[in-house]
Design a protein around this ligand. Structure first.
Ligand code: ADP
Ligand code: MG
Length: 690
């Protein structure tokens, strides 16, 4: 029969430590919180070797008297619950009375402390849970706790520690959270030889945010404020122009405690609905003050998660506060110019005045860098149509088709792009009756207007003219005739482009519609992978390395993955604080900012999770690079580009899916087409005359 035994307190503490003390950063969090609870005005954190060797937290708080010191390292002993009732309205960060006991059971701990009115300080040492007698010592007012040899007696835990750099990253994040929650406290973080942060107390929260996240974030803060008498919300939401690929930059503080809360993160996402692209997350710094009895913080050993008595109400308060603020802020200004090119007035891409009287704005000479911005402008204008207008447009098309009398509305205003009529000059080949000249003219003008700012027209007008000439431009087409170059869609001997996003071609069996972005992405992916595995990717060295400020987690990921990033042509160097320098990056991404390339790559590294396979990581990175570098839907192609894409399509066996798994091409077999057009009988046999 198994014997039940009462576990010795030391083992109990080690078990508790397993729950709360996962890594050096957990120790840092507990010690910093104790200093805050002690009313410190200044807290210094010193770490060596990512905290695995040494962690020391010194404060000028209330101190612990000599008699009380042994109690401080005893489990379930706390000064923060003066009576049994106080558990239900906790106002301090700690209250479980477990942290010091847990930490002391798995490390070498030295506490030195002096209470203000005390004559001399006291020192207590604990080694793996074994408590030495208290001894007098000289020390300043306040408390200093030093932890050495963490996990020395729990080898498995020790083995799970990552590199000192990774652990340092986690510590930096813990420090960041606490320093953000307490801007009134002077906080210092240093390693053995370097001061990483020295943050004087400040009244303005944005100052502290700026020191951690730099100008990109702090220049785009939109202040928040609301108070319904019980729930007080303050802080900042960031411009939608500043977003991230994950929610790690959503700092939520509840009554001074950093928390993670899915429901509130969801509320933030909802508030930004329509302002951010799918897959992007807002950056926010939100402080909530709630009466302590409305929240239970005793649901998670690290108190990272909490439970609200009325979660729904808090959710809607957060959502409303952001929404109201956004309504009173000119968000279009803020979302609008994603890049300076996007704001260029000459890119007159709004296709709602169907028949412009004067010339198309072909005088704009956007550089190739403007291309993505121009594409953005197009899609924005297409999306901008009111549903009612769209419905009425659709109805009049139907009416026109039914009666054939009233003239059709201009399809341009429906889709932003006119109907495709590649062979206006010779309408006959398709067997259609010639288009209504007035409509065609209007369509084409609008087409011009939509695509007129494309660099392919302006940079290379002759090429386009040549490409168009085989089909002739003999027919007088009014407006269109004046700008024949801009009206012709890109037609190559292999196929043509429609709606600036699909390529139409044929193979032996039938017709193929290709998604230009998906195909190009696939082609690039194969090509980069080939290069990376072979001679290496071509990189572009920056004359002036670009500093990029990262979150602690991003920085850690970056430094850990330095070699991997090297492989894909992104060379980085640490540059003190939370900044890294990008020295070089892939030449094929030269139309993107180096910081953007690095962030994108880090997002894929971070989202790969713990200990990713190097091969998967590389693959993921290559996908990201390929996707970024590939032409987009909306990019107008020149005839040669259509040719080269359609040629490359055959270079790879498996081009049917883009790296994200969406189809690259749709195939319509001749049989299928025949059947659809009723050329095959009901059983697919009786052939109709051609
Ligand atoms: P808790 O914070 O949950 O009370 P801890 O184990 O972290 O439990 O700390 C035990 C007690 O030690 C605290 O309640 C507090 O009285 C005392 N203590 C710990 N750190 C400090 C500090 N830096 N300054 C003053 N008192 C401290
Ligand atoms: Mg504590």
């Amino acid at each position: 029969m198994p014997i039940i035994r009462q576990l010795p307190s030391n083992l109990v503490n080690q078990i508790a430590a397993g729950e709360v003390i996962e890594r050096p950063a957990s120790v840092v969090k507990e010690l910093l919180e104790n200093s805050v609870d002690a009313g410190a005005r200044r807290i210094e954190l010193l770490i060596e070797k990512g905290g695995t060797e040494r962690i020391r937290v010194s404060d000028d708080g209330c101190g612990i008297s000599a008699e009380q010191l042994p109690l401080a390292v005893t489990s379930h002993a706390t000064s923060k619950l003066p009576d049994d009732e106080s558990l239900f309205h906790v106002g301090t960060l700690g209250f479980r009375g477990e942290a010091l006991a847990s930490i002391a059971s798995v490390s070498h701990m030295t506490i030195r402390s002096r209470v203000a009115e005390g004559q001399e300080g006291a020192e207590l040492r604990v080694r793996g849970g074994v408590i030495d007698p208290v001894a007098p010592c000289g020390c300043p007012d306040g408390t200093s706790i030093e932890i050495r040899n963490l996990f020395f007696n729990t080898p498995v835990r020790r083995k799970f520690l990552r590199t000192p750099q990774t652990e340092r990253g986690h510590i930096a994040e813990a420090f960041t959270r606490l320093a953000l929650a307490n801007p009134h406290i002077h906080m210092v973080l240093s390693t053995g030889d370097k001061v990483l942060h020295d943050l004087p107390p400040t009244e303005r929260w944005s100052d502290r945010i700026a020191t951690f996240f730099g100008g990109e974030v702090s220049d785009s803060l939109i202040s928040l404020e609301s108070d319904d008498g019980q729930i007080r919300i303050s802080g900042f939401a960031c411009d939608p122009a500043v977003s991230r690929g994950n929610n790690r930059m959503q700092y939520l503080f509840l009554n001074g405690r950093f928390i993670r809360d899915r429901s509130l993160q969801h509320a933030l996402g909802e508030a930004y609905r329509g302002l951010l692209m799918v897959g992007r997350f807002p950056v926010c710094f939100v402080r909530l003050s709630i009466p302590p009895e409305m929240v239970d913080v005793n649901v998670h050993p690290c108190k990272l998660e909490v439970r609200f008595t009325d979660g729904g109400r808090i959710y809607s308060r957060v959502l409303q506060t952001l929404r109201h603020r956004f309504l009173s802020t000119d968000m279009t200004m803020r979302v609008g110019p994603a890049s300076p090119a996007g704001a260029e007035p000459t890119n007159n891409a709004v296709p709602n005045n169907a028949v412009p009287n004067n010339a198309v704005p072909n005088n704009a000479t956007p550089s190739s860098q403007n291309l993505p911005a121009a594409a953005v402008a197009h899609s924005a204008s297409v999306l901008g149509m009111a549903p009612a207008t769209e419905a009425s447009q659709r109805q009049s098309v139907i009416d026109w088709a039914r009666t054939g009398s009233a003239s059709p509305p201009l399809p341009t205003s429906l889709t932003g792009v006119p109907d495709f009529q590649p062979f206006e000059g010779q309408a006959a080949p398709l067997g259609h009756s010639p288009p209504n000249p007035a409509t065609a003219a209007a369509d084409l003008s609008a087409w011009e207007q939509t695509v007129g700012s494309s660099p392919h027209d302006t940079a290379n007008p002759h090429d386009t003219a040549n490409a168009a000439s085989p089909h002739g431009s003999t027919e007088p087409l009014g407006e269109a005739n004046r700008h024949p170059n801009a009206t012709a869609p890109a037609i190559s001997h292999l196929g043509f482009q429609v709606h600036n996003r699909y390529l139409v071609t044929q193979d032996e069996k039938g017709m193929v519609v290709v998604d230009q972005h998906a195909l190009h992405e696939r082609v690039l992916y194969e090509r980069i992978r080939h290069k990376v595995l072979g001679e290496g990717i071509e990189t572009q060295r920056l004359l002036v390395p670009e500093p990029v400020s990262l979150t602690p987690a991003e920085q850690t990921a970056a430094l850990d993955a330095k070699e991997l990033l090297d492989k894909v042509g992104i060379e980085i160097e640490p540059f003190g604080g939370d900044t890294v320098l990008v020295q070089s990056y892939p030449a094929m991404l030269s139309n993107l900012r180096p910081s953007e390339v690095l962030r994108q790559s880090l997002e894929s590294i971070i989202s790969a999770g713990k200990d990713p396979e190097i091969r998967d990581l590389l693959d993921h990175l290559l996908h990201t690079i390929a996707c970024k570098a590939a032409i987009k839907a909306g990019d107008r192609l020149a005839a040669e580009e259509v040719t080269s894409l359609l040629e490359q399509r055959d270079l790879y066996q498996d081009t049917h899916h883009c790296p994200h798994g969406r189809p690259t091409a749709l195939f319509f077999s001749r049989d299928e087409l025949d059947r659809m057009f009723g050329r095959l009988g009901p059983r697919g046999r009786a052939k109709l005359p051609d």
